[in-house]
Design a protein around this ligand. Sequence first.
Ligand SMILES: Nc1ncnc2c1ncn2[C@@H]1O[C@H](COP(=O)(O)OP(=O)(O)OP(=O)(O)O)[C@@H](O)[C@H]1O
Ligand SMILES: [Mg+2]
Length: 270
Amino acid sequence: MLEVRGLGIRFGGLHAVQNVSTALTPGHITAIIGPNGAGKSTFFNLISGFYQPTSGSIHFLGEDITRLRTHEVVGRGIARTFQTTTIYKELSVLDNAMIGHRVRTRAGVLDALLRTGRERRDEAASRAEALRALKRVGLSDRAHLPAGALTQEGQKRVGIAMALASDPKLLLLDEPAAGMNPEETVNLMGLIRELVGGGLTVALVEHKMSLVMGLADEIVVLHHGQKIAQGAPADISRDPAVVEAYLGSHAHGGQMGMAGPAQEGGTPRA
Ligand SMILES: Nc1ncnc2c1ncn2[C@@H]1O[C@H](COP(=O)(O)OP(=O)(O)OP(=O)(O)O)[C@@H](O)[C@H]1O
Ligand SMILES: [Mg+2]
């Protein structure tokens, strides 16, 4: 459904993403992994239109979306969450989901936040989409609580609902399990499976290997901006180039964490 060819972006002299080609299979969960700074978030930023690539192309459902802006990409059916949770803790869970809907489907945040005439007309539609999204993440009964009153896991669900409020076909999750304890991580995995069961396609960046290995149909490995491997979890965990990339990574203390859940350690970042 999503096809990227020769995708790249340079920041000055740094190739943050370089010549990456891959395709996402509909109905699959694809994990993007790699050491800190490998270009994973940048890859998502390229797909979702936050950055314009300096080379390569992105096609979604047969359409060239390489040069589209973020709200246009959302309009085509791709939504994403951010590595750093960006929910409004004082506002209600429902308001957050509604903001998610508006901000993602409008050209500008101002346009979304100012109550213009069009905005008022659209309010009912936003609310309906937001409520639907909250139901999908299991937060219907907490819609009127302040988002900040929810647990870490609950707040992550709010972030996912904000993305789901635009009713995407493809959902990009950037480190959804960061900061979660093992039990919350398992719950999140259940949620992601449910969403995929309902017809969504998911690509996620994650350092927690228990989640990656337990969830992914396919894994793409980035290292220094380049794709060094792609395949089924069992094959990736044995791939010499992948092992080498992780062993060489100081950020992971020389631990690849591929052996199993015992080694998972969240997101090491100095
Ligand atoms: N806007 C930017 N300007 C300049 N350099 C950037 C920018 N965004 C990312 N980079 C650089 O690009 C490289 C890849 O960053 P990116 O955030 O994509 O890594 P990552 O794989 O998501 O890492 P992590 O696992 O730590 O989240 C890094 O060296 C980063 O400093
Ligand atoms: Mg990142």
